[in-house]
Design a protein around this ligand. Structure first.
Ligand SMILES: Nc1nc2c(c(=O)[nH]1)N[C@H]1C(S)=C(S)[C@@H](COP(=O)(O)O)O[C@H]1N2
Ligand SMILES: [Mo]
Length: 524
């Protein structure tokens, strides 16, 4: 205990702290300078994105299952801790052997630069913030560590050992003052960088000013009664602000719609580029489609239903004229994500679109502004490319998409799934009539039946809400006569092909979770 206390008062602990402060200076200085460069090129975002790209499927799966749409916050916390530990070590090394410390810092700087310049859509010039940040961090480290070398005596430690009265630690106080000032400067630089880059970005304003065109084909009227009568069931149309968000983008790509272009190329007779104005001028269609994430666990909420406005991709393909042998379209986003979508799915009558509107508004920035893909019936990871800038007509045999390279399937039709929204798992309810409700989906096949099983009783049919289309989810409700005690409510759906949802449990990897949801409730 005493030894630990002495160590904490000694120069080694201070050198470790100096390392952490210097690391903060690296990141903060780069953030400030980075306001004038591509946002994705700041060390924090580039390191985080690189980490995501190297995330093995089980870890991605774990992160989404554990943190859901907070997975990015969790990543930043983990990254912060890792950097802090490395910085402690480097601080101590620099104190013991300065030259070795310098080498270590330069090595870390090189790692940061490598992670920055390998991001998609980033130029070598975007390394400048990281280089300057590393140099600033090195200067801060020198500034904090050098006085530790000369303050050899460290009276407190010596005094404790000798059993003397400790003398005031003048050098310690001086160190903490210097470290505090440096850390505060880093905080100001980081905040300033943030504010500056927000001020320099006017994408959000341009989005707000954008007037969406009137669709050539309006969305089919939504029949009355699509909403389950049970209070608390998810809204049939998911408001944009509540729509789940899943992507690998740590900073939302900022694309100027006036500069946006979609390159259409590959195994086609005609290669061309589409501008945003081309989309505005085209015959757009609007329709409700339920998107679902392959990472959605049984009973999970990584699904949302919106009214999308966009250009049918089959029109784009008609103009491009795919060559014989092509069977896939690889869509790529500005930040390097890609999805492999079967060519025929984009050509059939399911209305896969290049979407520019979501629930009557331009796409929100985090949902792909200015243009994303929406493909009914396929999980998002193989179809719903946001910030899309490139369509390559190719073959499954020739190209691999982002997640396919990371252990996920190359194709991803959505599995039939029913979900209980009310009552919640582990809810306590009063005996008597209990309203049970939820939603179910089997995009492109539709839902024809939802059944409920209480404990081990017979399966009974729930009441289906109105069906809007085969590509949207369908809600249901059931009135349960609940008796006191613990009970399990199970749910399963039957889709339009007559197939009953399988009870075979499967993890999300590689092509989507399956199994029946079972909700435990206590009736009092
Ligand atoms: N550019 C880009 N597009 C992307 C992704 C991504 O990581 N990057 N993720 C996909 C996945 S896995 C899903 S489930 C959907 C989610 O779309 P949403 O965030 O609008 O709900 O976007 C898809 N499009
Ligand atoms: Mo997803």
């Amino acid at each position: 205990m005493k030894m630990l206390r002495n160590w904490l008062k000694g120069p080694t602990a201070m050198a470790a702290l100096a390392g952490v402060v210097a690391a903060a200076v690296v990141l903060a200085a780069a953030e400030l300078v980075g306001a004038f460069f591509t946002a994705r090129a700041t060390p924090v975002l580039a390191l985080g994105s690189t980490f995501i790209d190297f995330t093995p499927p089980w870890l991605k799966d774990f992160a989404i299952a554990t943190f859901g749409t907070n997975d990015k916050a969790a990543l930043f916390v983990g990254m912060g801790l890792t950097i802090a530990v490395l910085a402690c070590v480097l601080g101590v090394v620099a104190y013991r052997r300065w030259a070795l410390g310098v080498l270590g810092v330069l090595f870390m700087g090189a790692v940061i630069v490598a992670s920055v310049v390998t991001r998609a859509g980033v130029t070598p010039l975007d390394a400048i913030p990281s280089v300057l940040g590393t140099l600033a961090g090195l200067a801060a480290l020198r500034f904090l560590v050098a006085p530790l070398w000369t303050a050899k005596a460290w009276p407190e430690a010596a005094a404790d050992v000798a059993g003397d009265t400790p003398r005031p630690g003048a050098s310690r106080r001086r160190f903490f003052a210097a470290a505090g000032i440096t850390a505060a400067a880093a905080g100001i630089a980081a905040t300033g960088g943030r504010l500056l880059s927000a001020a320099r970005s006017n994408i959000a304003k341009a989005r707000e000013a954008l007037q969406l065109p009137v669709p050539a084909r309006a969305a089919a009227a939504v029949p009355a009664g699509v909403q389950s009568p049970v209070p608390g069931v998810t809204p049939w149309v998911t408001p944009n602000g509540e729509f789940y968000r899943i992507d690998t983008a740590l900073s939302v790509p900022e694309i100027n719609a006036d500069e946006w272009e979609l390159r259409v190329h590959g195994l086609v007779e005609e290669e061309f580029r589409l501008t945003f104005q081309d989309l505005l001028d085209a015959d757009l269609i609007e329709s409700h489609v339920t998107l679902t994430c392959v990472s959605n666990p049984v009973g999970g909420n990584l699904a949302g239903n919106a009214k999308w406005l966009g250009l049918p991709i089959r029109e784009v393909l008609k103009r491009a004229k795919p060559k014989d042998g092509a069977d896939m379209v690889l869509s790529t986003s500005i930040d390097g994500f890609s999805a492999s979508t079967p060519l025929e799915v984009l050509q059939d009558d399911r209305d896969a679109i290049l979407a520019i509107g979501m629930n009557g508004e331009p796409l929100p920035l985090e949902h792909g502004y200015p243009v994303r893909m929406v493909v009914p019936g396929l999980y998002g990871f193989v179809s719903a490319t946001k910030w899309v800038v490139d369509l390559e007509v190719t073959r499954f045999a020739d190209s691999k998409a982002y997640w396919t390279d990371r252990g996920w399937s190359e194709r991803g039709p959505i599995k039939t799934m029913a979900r209980v929204d009310v009552p919640k798992s582990f809810a306590k309810v009063a005996a008597g009539k209990v309203a049970v409700g939820g939603t179910a989906w089997a995009q492109t096949r539709g839902i024809t039946k939802v059944e409920i099983q209480i404990d081990n009783a017979e399966w009974v049919e729930a009441d289906l809400s109105a069906e809007a289309s085969l590509v949207t989810w369908r809600q249901w409700s059931y009135e349960w006569d609940a008796t006191p005690g613990p009970h399990y409510i199970k749910v399963r759906a039957t889709d339009g092909s007559g197939e009953v949802q399988t009870d075979q449990r499967a993890d999300p990897v590689p092509d989507g979770a399956s199994g029946w949801q079972s909700v435990m409730v206590t009736v009092e």
